[in-house]
Design a protein around this ligand. Sequence first.
Ligand code: COA
Length: 157
Amino acid sequence: MKKKAIYPGTFDPITYGHLDIIKRASLIFDQLIVGVSNNIKKKTMFTLEERVFLIKKVLKSFKNVEIKSFSGLTIQFAKENQSNILIRSIRFSTDLQYEYQLSCMNKVLYYNLETIFFISSPQFSFISSSLIREIIIKKGEIDHFLPKEIIKEILKK
Ligand code: COA
């Protein structure tokens, strides 16, 4: 049976850290669906359409990775895509506290959904989208943290 996983997130914007997880997960699962959340709780720098556009640009060469947006619950997104594998990543202990709670809530809501955690690769474990957004606003250099092909698009904004 083919194994299909979902990788939800806000991706505001996608970074080398997310890309590392996507690459690694795409080697393990037959199909990976990157779910771009339209989370009304988070005021994003990039619109949903912009975030999806940037991710599609970066993931053009990944044959088994699909990009979709969603605005409901992650468990609904998993069900709609006939997947019971949820990928999340952990960079440091504070991520673990948050991810533990999220994964337990999701487990109660959808028992068959298994959250699989990837430990962030050491060279990317310090990257955070919010710090990158701050650097963008203050016009600093962002090329250490983001794929080259989207830097031009980001700077346009
Ligand atoms: N490398 C670099 N950064 C990483 C990373 C990695 N491997 N993994 C996570 N991050 C960062 C993100 O850049 C982001 O950074 P920021 O806070 O500085 O902006 C942060 O970790 C968390 O972002 P993200 O992974 O996008 O998760 P999130 O907290 O925004 O949650 C959903 C996204 C989609 C999982 C969550 O909002 C959700 O489940 N929404 C749907 C509604 C729902 O089901 N709610 C839960 C009810 S139980």
